[in-house]
Design a protein around this ligand. Sequence first.
Ligand SMILES: Cc1cc2nc3c(=O)[nH]c(=O)nc-3n(C[C@H](O)[C@H](O)[C@H](O)COP(=O)(O)OP(=O)(O)OC[C@H]3O[C@@H](n4cnc5c(N)ncnc54)[C@H](O)[C@@H]3O)c2cc1C
Length: 474
Amino acid sequence: MNKNDKIVIIGAGLCGSLLALRLAQRGYKVEVYESRPDLRKVDISAGRSINLALSDRGLKALRLCGVEEKVREICIPMYGRLMHDRVGNTFASNYSGRTGEYINSISRGNLNAILLDEAEKHKNVNIHFNSGCKKVDIENKVAHFKSYETGKKFKVKADVIFGTDGAGSSLRKSYISERKFLFSYAQNYLNHGYKELEIPADKNGNHQISKDHLHIWPRGDFMLIALPNIDGSFTVTLFLSYDEGEFNFENLTSEEKITEFFEKEFPDALALIPNIKEEFTNNPTGALGTVKCSPWSYQKKTLLMGDAAHAIVPFYGQGMNASFEDVVVFDEVLCHFERSREIFDWETVFKAYEKARKKDTDAIADLAIDNFYEMRDHVANPLFKEKRQLEMDLEKHFPNQYFSKYSLVTFNEEIGYNEAMKRGRAQDKALLNLIADKDISTSLEMTKKELKIVLNKVKEETEDILREDKIAGL
Ligand SMILES: Cc1cc2nc3c(=O)[nH]c(=O)nc-3n(C[C@H](O)[C@H](O)[C@H](O)COP(=O)(O)OP(=O)(O)OC[C@H]3O[C@@H](n4cnc5c(N)ncnc54)[C@H](O)[C@@H]3O)c2cc1C
């Protein structure tokens, strides 16, 4: 491999545009092909999640590429969850007891635009829009495209091809259809889909509910969430079963039924969504699924990254963060080989990258499913609330000694997702056991000395559980 290799990236979404930028910064020549029009010129946001939660792993990747500050300018910090019950009462739960740990609401389109701008500043990057990849001849490294401007088909021969074309990846489909190697693939859909709605800004352009929080209306089998936008609006997302329960996407077909559902379950939100009927009817219902596959690469020819390799459900707010982190890990591997005196090829890099990365993307996929249940249900449970309050106190008083599972996943970018999952789950189990057995106090009045006793018990119990898990091979 060398810097004159022609690299083709399929998909200029969040992962593809950041990857193009990083490879260009390293001096590689990159041709990017994107099926949609240039989002900086045409509004194509409809039907895709409009805003996202960006956190420390994603920010680390943006820092690596020198764009963190630019991106931070369009971020809205969210310091915790604000839960809404059926009668409009709210209670807040911070994401961390430490100061300075928060997640950020950001517009997908604006973030993508920044990355495209930055990538295009490099002479060694060309981005071709309206070019949909139809299939990849992986043996000969030829990508087949259709131009959505002219309707014409065309082929591009490359030295190496990266598939960052999202959950429905054309490169991944080619791995399956070409049958050139043993490719394992699993796609699991949730029975829940999602639909986006909007709480507009008030007449002065201000947010109508707290913009410092991620709002959640947890209702057991379904939930509503809302993230703030810079223009004063909120993007509201309903997660609901397609066909189960009294209300579901299949039976919410009339204005009366939609209104009945929202009046019963989310009256305070309904009052803020003036166009509920039009939006509910016209906005698409999106599917939610997890993709796990391996290997991600084929010889020294192709590699899957981002959602194309590991799409996850959105409940940990980590899909984009994980896709950005892919770029960090790939860069570290590439840097390692470039600095070594060994002769290496793309295959060596691809294999080392997957070896370093796969366990972590598998872990965040599983954690994201766990959080589906936590957000729609457990957050309103008294035992869960007690546990979270205690965790806040432990983080506040012992900021260098206690990290909740959420904090390990979201704010500790130097720890891999797999390590965060193992430690976080053991700690959760320890805390819940100790609280249920009344072995530790959850009093809000505890002195620091008493809290220290709790901390030591939690640590001890966590280590015991981790030891047992290790023996059980978990
Ligand atoms: C409802 C919802 C909420 C989410 N919330 C969060 C969140 O809060 N935080 C978070 O971190 N993540 C979140 N995610 C996940 C996040 O959106 C994805 O993980 C992230 O977009 C992955 O980036 P990507 O570049 O791999 O894929 P994508 O963003 O899907 O980009 C793929 C790109 O490839 C293009 N493309 C597709 N097919 C082709 C083709 N055949 N030829 C050429 N181009 C093609 C697409 O047009 C697109 O531009 C959420 C996802 C959903 C669905």
